[in-house]
Design a protein around this ligand. Structure first.
Ligand code: PRT
Ligand code: ZN
Length: 286
């Protein structure tokens, strides 16, 4: 019987949509099966399991699943021995120490002897040890940000992305403990067949991710501005240039980082670029 790679994905929460979008962009035809425990993929030898993110490292270690998508924070907190197959560039956040805004935080020594509330006791303790701090860790599972306000703790160690939760709870971020993003983890001992499926999937993920922040641009430029314009956009080192029927004009095609493009648009126009088209790129295979 042909084997399938079982991938554990968060059932619902901040990792779910990013994981499903990535797998769909890799060409996997997924049924809308979030309410089920598992779903199979019609056109690729993969089966998805929908689980709580905290359980995924253990299921992958126990071979209930072969691979899984989780945040780096959970991977490290659970001291997972699974292999990191790829960092996936979404669900970016940081685990940070935050203290009441009115407190004069003077550096890590401020934490000495304090009470710190967190859902990440393992990572928090490692941070305290690395900084030579003795403090007590109070483990709570949710709404960590309210702990200082209700007198449960002096400080917290919690995930932050925009920072607005800290702000609305009267807290300020003072130390970054860990920077995190979604990752694909895998059991280190997959069968040859499953390892091959994983390699194929990683190839597709790389193609999708390298295309995500890139755009394909086309523009008409005066032929004598070619060298100037190719210098304006970094990374545009080998654009395709074709002559236009209008004499003295060329068409330039290139792949650029979207951010670079927006920063340089005015200079491009000043140098005579016209009729600029910006197109999305679906996949990029180097
Ligand atoms: O039910 P299940 O156990 O599966 O989900 P969960 O509730 O444990 O996790 P979930 O869905 O909240 O987060 C899953 C993963 O998303 C985390 O483990 C992180 O890797 C990642 N992630 C990215 C985040 C955030 N950003 C984030 N902002 N996880 C949590 N938050 C919290 C943060 O703690 C704060 O309370 O979101 C709140 C808002 O953040 P701000 O800074 O934008 O206000
Ligand atoms: Zn969780």
């Amino acid at each position: 019987m042909k084997e399938k790679l079982r991938i554990a994905v968060q059932k619902s929460g901040r990792l779910h949509d990013g994981s499903i979008d990535l797998l769909r962009d890799c060409g996997l035809l997924l049924q809308n099966g979030r309410d089920q425990l598992k779903t199979s993929v019609q056109n690729f030898p993969v089966e998805l399991l929908f689980l709580r993110d905290d359980d995924i490292p253990q299921y992958v270690a126990d071979r209930v699943a072969d691979a899984g998508i989780i945040g780096e924070n959970v991977f490290i907190e659970k001291r997972s021995l699974c292999r990191i197959a790829r960092k996936l560039d979404f669900a970016k956040c940081r685990l940070a120490i935050a203290v009441p805004r009115s407190d004069h935080y003077s550096g890590t020594q401020w934490l000495q002897g304090k009470n710190i509330a967190t859902s990440y006791p393992v990572i928090t303790e490692a941070f305290l040890i690395a900084n030579g701090i003795e403090a007590s860790i109070h483990e709570i599972s949710g709404s960590v940000e309210i702990a200082p306000g209700i007198g449960l703790a002096d400080a917290i160690c919690d995930l932050v992305s925009t920072g607005s939760t800290l702000l609305s709870n009267g807290l300020k971020e003072v130390e970054t403990v860990l920077v995190s993003e979604a990752m694909l983890i895998a059991n280190p001992e997959l069968s040859t067949e499953k390892a091959e499926i994983l390699e194929k999937l990683l190839f597709r993920m790389d193609a999708v991710r390298s295309a995500r922040n890139k755009k394909y641009i086309l523009m008409n430029i005066p032929t004598d501005a070619i060298s100037m314009i190719t210098r304006i956009i970094p990374g545009m080192n080998s654009p395709t240039i074709m002559p236009l029927s209008r004499s003295g004009w060329s068409s330039l095609h290139a792949v650029v980082e979207e951010n670079d493009f927006w920063e340089k648009i005015d200079v491009l126009k000043e140098n005579g670029a016209e009729g600029i088209l910006v197109l999305p790129i679906e996949k990029m295979i180097p």
